[in-house]
Design a protein around this ligand. Structure first.
Ligand code: GSH
Length: 338
């Protein structure tokens, strides 16, 4: 098991080194479509609806990039990836970017040679257990069977947590969240562990969500964000500043509803630069003046995207918490548009 994980990492690193380094933006423009890697399905983050149309918090980042670059938020080929296949898909060039609740870590950046362009969700790993198990803390899980998605940070944190608390567990490896959910509900494992946001999304789809508790411990830092390959900084800039445009728009009070009016009549110089009525930021990116305007109109600013897909008024019900703007006590902080 250990050996195959190690070899998997080597294969991905090898592919990364050999993949075409530059020209992703030209490829995307020539193709007329953005190939965006997402999950195999996690409602709220990335999942197809009954018409086969992909929706979600991560999907919105793909659509914003497609709107900025291709002038069409629907010009996206969504490529489902698992915890294990996502990095090979990016390294090999099958996808142009990955937006799949992926944690920014040292080895994914340095060893696998990817570039995390920012953080769109500050998360941490948690556990869900059936209420009837009567467990109140993850530290009471000695000897438990744990459903765990392979190829994830979750797998590694779990081992660290149990080892440092001197307790043991038996892993039940799963490939996708759907499988994890099914195995957990079938009782193949006592608890399921993954990013807390993923647990909330998973529990929301249970028939009786109230029969399950999310344990109080958050055992890791999981800064989730979109990533591209190392070596194509121009493309990295486009994805990075598209995400920053969504975050800045919220901070500056620019919404999908008022954006037309803002672009025409605001005196705020940063909003004018963001929306292309002043300066040449779009041109510097190799795009036109309206790139950020289109990105924001695709699904709204960061706050609108959060509220619509995973916020407190959705079945997933996540509070902004750490993902509030820095001006509201959170960690979201876009560098300035100037
Ligand atoms: N953030 C962790 C875990 C990411 C992960 O794979 N999470 C699961 C559970 S929330 C998921 O998104 N599954 C979707 C799928 O199976 O396609 C990582 O980057 O390794």
């Amino acid at each position: 098991m250990k050996k195959s994980v190690f070899l998997g990492a080597l294969t991905v690193a090898g592919l990364a080194a050999g993949a075409a380094a530059a020209g992703t933006m030209d490829d995307v423009k020539a193709r007329g479509k953005l190939n965006c890697g997402v999950t195999t399905g996690l409602v709220g983050f990335a999942a197809p609806d009954s018409n086969g149309e992909w929706n979600g918090f991560d999907v919105a980042v793909c659509r914003a990039v497609a709107a900025a670059v291709l002038n069409d938020p629907t010009a996206v080929e969504f490529v489902p990836t698992t915890g294990k296949t996502r990095f090979t898909a990016l390294a090999s060039g099958e996808i142009d970017m990955l937006a799949r609740n992926t944690t920014w870590t040292f080895s994914r950046d340095v060893d696998l040679k990817f570039e995390f362009v920012g953080i769109n969700y500050y998360d941490g790993q948690g556990f869900i257990a059936p209420k009837e198990l009567g467990v109140g803390s993850a530290k009471e899980l000695d000897g438990a069977t744990v459903c765990i998605q392979t190829g994830t940070t979750t797998e590694l944190n779990l081992a660290d947590f149990f080892r440092s608390n001197n307790i043991s567990y038996e892993p039940v490896p799963i490939e996708t969240n759907a499988e994890g959910q099914q195995q957990y509900l079938a009782g193949a494992c006592d608890v399921y562990t993954t990013d807390a946001s993923g647990l909330a999304a998973t529990r929301a789809s249970f028939e009786n969500p109230g029969d399950h508790v999310i344990l109080p411990e958050i055992i890791s830092k999981e800064p989730l964000g979109p990533l591209v390959r190392h070596g194509d900084n121009e493309w990295g800039d486009v994805v990075r500043w598209t995400l920053n445009a969504l975050i800045s728009a919220e901070e500056l009070g620019v919404t999908s509803a008022n954006i037309g009016e803002m672009a025409e009549s605001t005196d705020n110089p940063e909003i004018r630069r963001l929306l292309g009525t002043e300066g040449t930021l779009g041109e510097m990116l190799g795009l036109d003046a309206d790139w950020a305007k289109r990105a924001i109109m695709a699904g709204g600013n960061y706050g609108e995207i959060f509220a619509k897909n995973i916020g407190e008024d959705t079945p997933i019900g996540l509070a902004r918490g750490l993902n509030a703007q820095w001006t509201e006590g959170g960690l979201l902080y876009s560098p300035p548009f100037r």
